[in-house]
Design a protein around this ligand. Sequence first.
Ligand code: HMG
Ligand code: MG
Length: 310
Amino acid sequence: MRKPQLEPMSGAPDRVTIYEVGARDGLQNEKSLVPVEVKAEFVRRLLGAGLETVEITSFVSPRWVPQLADAAELVSSLGELALGTHRPVLVPNEKGLDRALDLGVSSVAIFGSATETFAARNLSSTVLDQFTMFEPVAKRAKDDGLWLRAYVSMCFGDPWEGDVPVDQVADVCRRMMDLGADQLSLGDTIGVATPGHVGRLLEALDARGIATDQIAVHFHDTYGQALANALEAIRLGVRTIDASAGGLGGCPYARSATGNLATEDLVWALHGMGVETGVDLERLVATSVWMSEQLGRPSPSRVVKALSGE
Ligand code: HMG
Ligand code: MG
């Protein structure tokens, strides 16, 4: 399989961590239920392709996200493979945390909103009340020695509210980090961010004492900007990039949210620049081709299309 020509880029880091969200963000929006065995096989193949950090599923209300109602079954069927610091699951509330802890999960993610409309639509909450919901989850997670990620959605724009002020986003990020999170993931839920905007938000976070090494970026690719934004974040010091194999993804509660940055597109760019990811691109493309067969439609990733059509 073709590889990018290696031309190291000055100033690029030696290594970037890919935080793979295909099994969670990628599948949560699928209309028809994906069998739990297919999800388990997807996770196994992602791990087999060298991805170290793989988000497994969400322990959310099954009424809100029916696709992930099988979260416990999935974690149980994967056994040890689904456990450990590098296998986070989403938990919005204590009920979700209890369900995850019962299975031995040791890495969880809470997910807040920078805007009122999305807080209402995604969490049935307000921006202020979401912190009250997360507080006991974060406290118990940290007391139990769990690794804790805090997502913030609508960091770069909101489908109902339009532009979202950078200071408003940065304030929500600060409050999420004050809950004790180990990592903050900046969600461009509807894929509208541009590179200058990424820089502005990172500056605002720096001014609030959030170090770049605590930050991950999570770009959806609606406007085709995800890779450009990810590379800009890396140039500015971010070392963890969220991506989804084959570019699967979307949020059932955000109109116009399409797939995430495709992991293959990111890996192609990084390997060409001489940045290590630990990923075997050939095995990853084969995984996405297999997954697109399961879902009955081709992957939107340009790199998957190019390499699988060779
Ligand atoms: P609510 O309806 O206000 O909650 O929803 P509730 O406490 O009234 O409970 C309603 C029912 O759900 C009850 O069941 C609860 O027991 C049950 P009933 O008594 O009616 O049978 N329930 C649960 N069941 C299992 N696990 C739980 C749980 N919690 C309650 N954890 C709630 C509030 C937060 C629960 C709901 O809004 C919810 O689950 N939201 C999650 C939505 C979601 O998963 N969205 C996608 C993930 S976020 C995302 O994709 C963005 C991201 O990728 C970053 C980006 O791109 O920006 C992360
Ligand atoms: Mg997302």
